[in-house]
Design a protein around this ligand. Sequence first.
Ligand SMILES: NC(=O)c1ccc[n+]([C@@H]2O[C@H](COP(=O)([O-])OP(=O)(O)OC[C@H]3O[C@@H](n4cnc5c(N)ncnc54)[C@H](O)[C@@H]3O)[C@@H](O)[C@H]2O)c1
Ligand SMILES: [Zn+2]
Ligand SMILES: [Zn+2]
Length: 399
Amino acid sequence: MSGNRGVVYLGAGKVEVQKIDYPKMQDPRGRKIEHGVILKVISTNICGSDQHMVRGRTTAKTGLVLGHEITGEVIEKGSDVEHLKIGDLVSVPFNVACGRCRSCKEQHTGVCLTVNPARAGGAYGYVDMGDWTGGQAEYVLVPYADFNLLKLPDRDRAMEKIRDLTCLSDILPTGYHGAVTAGVGPGSTVYIAGAGPVGLAAAASARLLGAAVVIIGDVNTVRLAHAKAQGFEIVDLSKDAPLHEQIAALLGEPEVDCAVDCVGFEARGHGHDGVKHEAPATVLNSLMGVVRVAGKIGIPGLYVTEDPGAADAAAKMGSLSIRFGLGWAKSHSFHTGQTPVMKYNRQLMQAIMWNRINIAEVVGVQVISLDQAPEGYGEFDAGVPKKFVIDPHKSFSAA
Ligand SMILES: NC(=O)c1ccc[n+]([C@@H]2O[C@H](COP(=O)([O-])OP(=O)(O)OC[C@H]3O[C@@H](n4cnc5c(N)ncnc54)[C@H](O)[C@@H]3O)[C@@H](O)[C@H]2O)c1
Ligand SMILES: [Zn+2]
Ligand SMILES: [Zn+2]
């Protein structure tokens, strides 16, 4: 048995690379399983969702091994695994799903009913998601492997595209899901809130879906400059001009067909003074303001049931001051929740392999070693226009 090392959450603002247990073929409840595989991790990305925990904005316990964005090589398999071979390269959807329950059968793998005793939905290395060990590590267990894993094309072709394929475990399907559920299609005008990796992935997805124009808004001017360099229109919400005016300056009208919230509950207010404070309902309210009547709003941005770090008592329980009457009056549709990655990852893999989408460049992939993970967390938190991809076994340089 080999050793293992992983990125461990040690309390607000602190992560460290530590020795951790090598994975066992058992679930977090201690039951032995035969449907799992153990992966040697080829790449594992740092996500904005991890930052909510690392900033101390969730009820995550210290000692949690982080990491839900995983690509790996099968090195051990249980006796019930029929379709995967030792040596296969696989992309891991961040959702842990059983493939057997009603949700999974209806393609809602983000809310599997059996992998988390506390609520619907499982994920690796994430608070409230069933205690599955995270994959920002050298090795990780994936249960229900035949169902969960997407086998990548042959090793050489996959390793040539690994910087792009690493985005299949979460942000590319998540951005795509945001765009699809916002109703993006040929000729759409689209507004995307948030120029982080998920916002950029949603923008690239909107382009893939045929949008006429894609506008990205943020309060971070460095990220906006990166978005602009990638060919998207931008609006700077740290300026006092309101969102609808900035959209009107670009489109000649103050509305868009579709909008995607790629920010979530840690949203900042708008304008020179607003940006100094968190205002968790800002994005949702502003999207209802700018989406045309009968339009759709995709909401991959994360909202929580408990936020110990929130400014007021209501927000501590996840209650926000949403102007729901406005959305109702405009017949808006809203789509929330964890992305069911499996619904999209195979098609998006093909889009990558056939050069239909250059996601690594759009999101600014930067490859780092496992030992550099704490610095990666720090820089990402400071708002650099990058997506940090950890390469625990130096597989990228070998390829
Ligand atoms: N639904 C899912 O399955 C899923 C999957 C992955 C990530 N997420 C969530 O998506 C969100 C984005 O992820 P990320 O990795 O890009 O995070 P990130 O933190 O890197 O990016 C968020 C961006 O939003 C910007 N922002 C803050 N207030 C804003 C405002 N009012 N208007 C516009 N922009 C504003 C920030 O400056 C930042 O650049 C997070 O909430 C993350 O948890 C959800
Ligand atoms: Zn993620
Ligand atoms: Zn299930």
